[in-house]
Ligand binder design. Sequence first.
Ligand code: AMP
Ligand code: MG
Length: 326
Amino acid sequence: MSHEALESLKRRYLTLRKAEAVRVLKIQDELLSEIRAFLKGEGFVEILAPIIGPVTDPGIRGAKQVSIDYYGANFKVMSSMILYKQMMITSLPEIFALSPNIRLEPLETVKTRRHLTEFRQIDVEVAHATYKDMMKLGERMLCHTITVIKKKFRKELDEQKRVLEVPKRPFKKYAHREALEILKNLGISVDYGLEIPWNGEEALSKIHKEPFWITDFPVTARGFYYMEHEDNPTILKDFDLIYPEGFGEAISGGEREYRHDRVVKRMRKSGENISEYGWYLDMLRSGIPPSAGFGIGVERLTRFICGLENIWDAVPFPKVAGFHSP
Ligand code: AMP
Ligand code: MG
């Protein structure tokens, strides 16, 4: 990233006035309205997302969580509301929230152009759903949003020089293992048990013209809350959606482990500090339904739809790793 682009982050009150910023924010407003309308049409109830709590999602790929002193207790700022979604579906079976997340991402994420330290997800969860149900929902939601934005913002997309096609459903699917094979052929070798690194994700994204899924990540790469396959507990019933054209990851999600004893086993394996998860483990002991869900990053969706080079142009008040901006 050029020094100039970084410096301009400090003067957001100037760049926000430019025609491109105005276009992007109007498109963002519409895509939020459309996703809300779409989900409500499917029977979902919107809930208010938590901002702080005793624990938050530990599966955040090397980013650091933020802690605050909450009347003498150590509370975390939400890195994602996954644990709370599992609580919520005990009450309402189909929910979503516009959920703010803070993750102190490593400094090198400045170069990926798709990482912020403050971002939002549309976070969705459905009781008794399978991960395949959620992939279908994600496809419908994305295609619907693109269709509407294309219709309502033709002029703005032209001004952005953005050629946006509505993807064909069903999207292509690769098992994680297959994705690593493709990467190997591209000259990028990745350890099987780990997350796909950012350069690998981008390389896969670049060779596709339509969004595609990667499923069945190894258990060692992901959080304790994903469900293992019954016939092969080394892989998970989970998925990422990857945007095409180099834009990288759009969605992560999957089926949730909800059984107390299994979660504790998984936490032990992944080295969690079990004592921090008091309310969560109590809740699992009380019994909750199985569920599946996903989160789609709002700023990344905006970046993709508007064809922006940098994610920090897809949010009013951008926060980028290591950089002090308003
Ligand atoms: P994760 O739980 O890490 O898979 O995050 C869920 C979704 O949130 C991702 O698929 C992205 O769309 C989005 N996301 C995650 N981390 C960031 C970040 N640092 N900046 C912007 N969006 C993010
Ligand atoms: Mg992810």
